[in-house]
Design a protein around this ligand. Sequence first.
Ligand code: GDP
Ligand code: MN
Length: 385
Amino acid sequence: MDLYEHQGKDLFARHDIPVPRGIVAETADSARAAAETLGGTCVVKAQVQVGGRGKGGGVALVDSPDEAEAAAARMLSEGFKGMRVVRVLVEERLSIAKELYAAILLDRSTGTDLAMVAAEGGIDIEELARTKPEALCRVHIDPEIGMHPYHRSALMGALTGALPAEARHLVENILIGLYEVLTQEDATLVEVNPLVLLTDGRVIALDAKVAIDDNALYRHPETEALRSAFPVDAVELRAREAGLQYVKLDGEVGIIGNGAGLVMSTLDLVQRAGAGAANFLDIGGGASAEVIATSLEVVLSDPSVRSVLVNIFGGITRCDIVAEGLLAALQRVTSNVQIVVRLDGTNTVEGRRVLKEAGHPKIVQVATMLEAAEKAARLAHGEAA
Ligand code: GDP
Ligand code: MN
């Protein structure tokens, strides 16, 4: 789970990493009010999970509440690089003496945490790593040992010359704070680009990129709760609330299956049949009729869905329960979309009988997965059932 800049900065602040004073705004009006509070001269930053805002118009240095309002209005209406912007961060404007780079991330290839610093910040770090790899100081930290003074000495060595003596311990404290965020918050990445030395001698995290390990979110309910601040697709929100594994895709055949492997092979078959999957939806093992019904409702609520393929290989999941769930859903929703159903495995005979006896006009039963994919693709492309 990637955090937005303002969320990452809140996390930083809780670990005593200095960040600019800032106010989140969701409307141009509140951006203006925020700018007034911050004294007029400030920075308006689009909250999107993509970099390059500085170059691309996603960061505006403004000199008055009027300008802040205009910049926010533009960002909120235009979005950034094709992404919706629902929030901007209005921050105090700081006087920068030097931009640095600092990051710590989980390095899966070595099973260690990798800390990196560079005396050049505010620029594309991948670019720097490619063109001037020696400028990026990399120090591996064994997670069993943790960050020690010798790790920090190695990192600080790379910043010699870039920092006045008085600022060195400030940067070192920030490195301690970043490592604390990584370990205590179960982050897999904390990146500050740029970390800035101000003309008044302070050192501040001007940007924040934080990724949290999804598998550890159960340990951080307050971090998990931040997700609710993310702009999400209405269909995805519905699916998440129902506890379904749902991913929106860009095709036209809605897919429901049990087990990630089966769902993925279903996507492949639909593709081979010349159509595209509109989503990935795994109902998991042993789903109840209610879960099936909600799944179908979720998939049918996606306007790009032209046909649905329900592919069940019953193990713990019982085909008769699936059949009942499908019929229950069709009583609750009205849809013109045909639903191709392939049931196999536990209680197949009962499941198929339930559907056959119901004789619902929207349900088309087929015997194999391949047939199901071909039928769903043809239906999506306008063939009459
Ligand atoms: P990114 O381009 O999406 O990574 O956005 P950043 O948050 O890193 O900001 C991009 C650039 O905007 C920074 O490298 C700074 O040069 C500039 N910037 C951001 N805030 C301030 C500020 O308070 N004062 C000044 N002078 N420049 C700022
Ligand atoms: Mn940045």
